[in-house]
Structures are given as C-alpha cells and as structure tokens.
Design a protein around this ligand. Structure first.
Ligand code: AMP
Ligand code: MG
Length: 435
C-alpha cells in the first residue's frame, strides 16, 4: 500500500497546469500570472513632494532654525495633479501639496510644520523657514517605485490584493492567468439523497457533494455538482460521460471492498485505475486514475479522477491530501504545501497500524505557543468534528504514541483561531496575540 507521499507524487505526475486566459484584474484574485508583466510607465512619473509644505532650494535655507528663520518669497501654489511649474529662483519658494510635481529650481521640500505658514494668511507673499534641510528632503523621486520597461510582476506570481493594486498602478486592466479548473463532483450511494428533498426513513443527505464542492471552490476550482449516482456501474458510467469536458472528476463513496463498491471497476472500464489505497487514517480507501475524456473539438484527453471514501471526514481529509495540490497545480501554483505549525498537544494520541494519522484538532495560541486539543472521538463518519477543527495533527506512520506535552506537527486547515463560543466575549483586536 502506498504512503501518502508516494500517492501525492503519483497524483501530481498526472496533473498539468492548465492554459492561460485573460481576465479583469479583480477577477484574478487567487490565480497565478501566466506572463511577465512589464511596466510601460514610470511611477511616480516625476519628482514630487512627499509632504504638504514648500518647495525650496536647500542652499537658500542653510542655517535656518526656529530662532533664525529664513524669509522666502512665495511664488505660487502647486496642488497634486497641477501642471503649474513656476521656477523657484534663489530667495523664493513654491507652496506645494503632497503629490505635487517639484517645480524647476527647487531641490527639497520643507513641511508646513517647519515653517511659520500657519501663522500667516494662506495667500501670504512670504514664508519663514524654521529648519534647514538637505537636498532631496521629502522629495519622492521619479521612478522610485517602478521604472518604465522594468519587470513588475513575474510569471508565476500569485495574485493577492497587493498584486491587483500593482497591476492597476501600471495601467493593466486585464492580465493573463492560468485557468481555474472545472471539477465535477459526484456522490455515489443508494442511500444518499439531495438536501432539497424530504428525508425518507433509512436514507441520509448528500453532505459530501456539498463539502467537496465547497473545498473545490475554497482552493480556486469551479465545482460542477453532478448529483448522485446509484450503486450500479451503469448510472455511474453515465454520470462520468456527462463529465467529459471537465478538468478533474471527484466522486465520493463506493471505494471500499463492500459488495456495491463499484468505483474502481467503473474507472478501469472508462479509463485507467492507478492506485486505490493509501496508508492514511482516515481515508485508506481512495482511488486515483485517469478517465478517457474529450476536448471541445472532440479530440481525446485524459482527465484526472479521484474517488474519495464516502465517510464524510475521510472524504474531506483525502481531498486535502490529493485534490487540493492537484487543483492548485492546475492553476499554476508552485507552493503546494499546506501551512503547518508546531504545537504542544494537550491530549495523548495513539496510532496503532502504521498509517499516517490525521487527527482533528483545535489549535489555539497560548502564551505565545500553539497548543493542540483533539476535537473528541475521531470516527471518520463524525462530520461535526471536522467543523470543530481548524487543523489536523499529523502523527507519522512509525509513531505509536504521542504523549501529552509533546510537540506535534499540525496541518492547518484554517488560520482562523476560532470564533468565541456562544456566551464568550469577543476579543478586542488590540488584545489578540500576534502570530
Ligand atoms: P462508502 O464509501 O460508499 O462505503 O460509504 C461509507 C459511508 O459514508 C457510508 O456510511 C455512507 O452512507 C456514507 N456516505 C457515502 N456517501 C455519502 C455522502 N455523499 N454524504 C454523506 N455520507 C455519505
Ligand atoms: Mg456507498
């Protein structure tokens, strides 16, 4: 049986980054640039003032101080965006606002606070400068942020809010990014029913179809929910054929060794079965392979197929291990690691059968250190325990017992340290611990 690492390698070997598409920058949040972005403009475009004050010749005000003001003649006002460029000759100054372009002759700015301007009318013909400054003082140089022709964001950069802003600043309303994968989500099981229907005795609602679709969306894919296939090969095969145009197919259920566990057989029929078990707990039965798919023009292609266990927790944990990196890789992400922290465990954790154990836990910060508390019983059908958890304690295959107080590695599902419980007071921002 494959280790988690071996299985992850196999999955990623069968995944390729999708083609690029051009999109409006705000829609690209969370996607990856598919080309280098160079600026055609210089930012700032000209030397300009970093403060509200007076543009001066630094040499004019050498030796100025609170007790020895230098009086300069005011030749005009330069607001930001103005094209007024009065020449600052010796003995003169221009009133200038933050962002105003430095006028010819001036080589420094003295902020209002270091002048007597506030004691004079706004249109006073003179100003007293109360401090000497060096040339360049409070001047933002042309090109100080970006030079025309320079590389501003490299191909492969993840687009976060800052990158959206940088792209706007260099005048790019649309950019090429790697396409988001569309992922078919199919539940299997004769007992499963959609949440929009009344619940007959003996049936259960399709939670996996929703939790898996939510995970697809969380990690950047576009879920296509294809509903529920019954536990016979022909209805599952029919649903898979409907999914031909997608970039990945994820099913849940039907991967163990029961009488109705048909997923492996259908996959072998409709494509290629690559593996079907992994040394993970929860989630030992998990199927991976490639389906025979079809491009828009009818030409053949291979579509990655992941068959998750029906147990709701196993499905979610296996998604984290295999589908998350696959989706991120399709989108051109290069760091596929799940964020992890070291934490001190409050609970003893047993691991008996040589599998890598992912134990649901609540991670909190106490006295500057992370601590991990298990959510309670770890049965793979207990979906509410997944809702309580913000991380998974990873117990290595060879570790039999983790004792209380030992340090463990935790795969974070969420950086949120949790909302306060009902009745608990919410914390003021200033009292939370910095990470
Ligand atoms: P299976 O992998 O098909 O043997 O299913 C394992 C367990 O997960 C069974 O108890 C199923 O009823 C349950 N299960 C399977 N599919 C779903 C689903 N879509 N939503 C919630 N529970 C499911
Ligand atoms: Mg089933």
């Amino acid at each position: 049986v494959l280790s988690v690492d071996e299985a992850q390698d196999i999955v990623l070997k069968n995944i390729t980054t999708l083609e690029a598409e051009e999109r409006p920058i705000l829609d690209c949040l969370g996607q990856v640039l598919a080309a280098d972005i160079r600026s055609t403009i210089t930012i700032p475009p000209a030397d300009n003032s970093g403060m509200d004050g007076f543009a001066v010749r630094a040499a004019d005000i050498a030796g100025a101080g609170p007790q020895s003001p230098r009086i300069l003649r005011v030749i005009g006002v330069i607001p930001a965006g103005s094209s007024f460029r009065p020449e600052v000759k010796p003995g003169t100054a221009a009133r200038i606002m933050t962002g105003g372009v430095l006028p010819p002759g001036a080589d420094a700015v003295v902020r209002f606070e270091d002048t007597d301007a506030r004691q004079r009318p706004e249109d006073a013909a003179e100003v007293g400068i109360l401090a000497a400054v060096a040339p360049g003082n409070e001047v933002r140089r042309a090109g100080g942020d970006i030079q025309a022709g320079s590389l501003v964001l490299a191909k492969g950069t993840l687009i976060r809010p800052a990158e959206v802003g940088v792209l706007a600043s260099v005048g790019k309303p649309r950019v090429p990014v790697y396409r988001q994968p569309s992922v078919a989500v199919i539940a299997t099981g004769d007992e499963i029913i959609d949440v929009n229907r009344p619940l007959p005795a003996g049936r259960i609602y399709n939670s996996n179809g929703y939790s898996v679709a939510a995970l697809v969306r969380r990690y950047g894919g576009i879920p296509r929910r294809l509903g529920i296939a019954r536990d016979n090969e022909s209805t599952l095969a029919a649903k898979l054929r409907k999914a031909r145009g997608v970039d990945m197919v994820i099913t849940s259920g039907g991967v163990s060794q029961g009488d109705y566990d048909i997923v492996r057989r259908v996959l072998a029929q409709e494509g290629e079965l690559i593996f079907w078990q992994v040394r993970a707990r929860p989630g030992k039965p998990v199927v991976f392979g490639m389906l025979k798919g079809e491009n828009k023009d009818g030409s053949p292609r291979r579509v990655p197929f992941l068959g998750l266990s029906g147990n709701p927790v196993s499905a979610m944990v296996n998604f984290q291990l295999f589908a998350r990196p696959a989706i991120m890789n399709m989108m051109g992400r290069r760091n596929l690691h799940q964020p992890a922290v070291q934490a001190i465990t409050d609970d003893e954790i047993e691991n008996t059968d040589g599998r890598r154990f992912f134990a649901r836990a609540v991670i909190t910060k106490r006295d500057g250190r992370y601590s991990a508390r298990l959510t309670g019983p770890q049965g793979s059908s207990l979906l509410t325990s997944m809702a309580l958890a913000n991380g998974l304690v990873v117990v290595p295959e060879e570790t039999r017992l983790v004792k209380r107080g030992e340090t463990v590695s935790v795969m974070m599902l969420d950086w949120n340290e949790g909302e306060p419980l009902p009745g608990e007071r919410s914390q003021a921002l200033s009292s939370t611990h910095p990470v």
